[in-house]
Design a protein around this ligand. Structure first.
Ligand code: G
Ligand code: G
Ligand code: MN
Ligand code: NA
Length: 254
């Protein structure tokens, strides 16, 4: 109850912030995009992590207004960076299952893009494999609508759900994000190596971009590069940081 009361006030008290983490090409180590990650600095509770409050936000429906704030803020920030001379980058935003089920999602996406002036091609939505596979029929229809806007779509936490090859073939998505749990022990665990290799091969065969998340070591990066994984994301290259820290990273990395 306590968490719920604070969470209900967090938006109006302006307690949310976005952290930004780079996505890197494995081929040339260029920054190819950025993911926005929600942070809650609660006046009463201190730092509360998304894993602590997102399930509750989802349960009580607050994820809808919070998710709208995230989308609007991320798009505004991306345009602000461009005005500061940062080259155009694709901005990824996470969508929870309830947001994905929201019938106003597409019209809301359209209005945020219009309001912020962000080109649809610079927006990426990350949707978990579980949310997509929960209702494949609806996902097919909704993803097709989102693609018609020109928005880029990724399947997050890939490998943890139960997609079949056939389902994946029919989904209008652009990218697979290999779940962090398969990357963590990549240097030592032969099973995880096989899984990562299988996802990369499958992605290639379906003409999908494949990105590995949670890359923390040079060994993990080398393995992924040898397997021709397209991109990576993780603490090894950069941790999520403030919008100023991210702008500095982009400038210093060129
Ligand atoms: O950034 P961190 O590792 O704490 O994120 C934990 C989880 O919270 C991840 O599963 C991530 O996808 C999710 N998450 C982070 N930001 C958002 C957001 O803005 N919206 C939604 N729906 N999930 C988010
Ligand atoms: O589920 P999703 O992929 O959206 O989760 C992203 C979360 O992963 C973010 O909360 C981010 O803070 C976290 N993260 C990003 N890079 C790394 C990493 O290299 N190691 C670990 N353990 N977590 C990471
Ligand atoms: Mn994500
Ligand atoms: Na993920």
């Amino acid at each position: 109850i306590k968490l719920e009361n604070h969470l209900r006030q967090a938006l109006e008290h302006d307690e949310f912030e976005l952290a930004y983490q780079a996505k890197i090409s494995l081929e040339n180590e260029q920054i190819i995009g950025v993911e926005a990650l929600l942070r809650w600095h609660s006046a009463e509770l201190g730092e509360v992590t998304p894993t602590q409050f997102l399930p509750l936000a989802e349960e009580i429906g607050l994820i809808i207004p919070i998710g709208r704030w995230v989308l609007q803020t991320a798009c505004e920030q991306n345009m602000a960076w461009q005005r500061q001379g940062i080259p155009p980058l694709r901005m990824a935003v996470n969508l929870s299952p309830m947001q994905f089920a929201d019938h106003q999602l597409v019209s809301h996406l359209e209005s945020v893009l219009e309001r912020t002036g962000m080109p649809a091609s610079l927006l990426e939505l990350e949707i978990t494999e579980t949310a997509v596979m929960h209702d494949v029929g609806r996902a097919l229809e909704l993803l097709a609508q989102i693609k018609r806007l020109g928005v880029y779509i990724s399947i997050d936490d890939f490998g943890t759900g139960y997609s079949s090859l056939t389902q994946l073939r029919d989904l209008p998505v652009d990218s697979l994000k290999i779940d962090r749990s398969f990357v963590r022990d990549l240097s030592s665990n032969i099973t995880d190596q096989s899984i990562a290799r299988a996802i990369i091969t499958m992605g290639k065969n379906l003409s999908l971009n494949v990105i590995a998340e949670g890359v923390e070591t040079a060994e993990q990066q080398s393995f992924l590069r040898e397997q021709h994984c397209d991109d990576m994301q993780g603490y090894y290259f950069s941790r999520p940081g403030s919008h100023t820290a991210f702008a500095d990273l982009v400038r210093s990395h060129r």
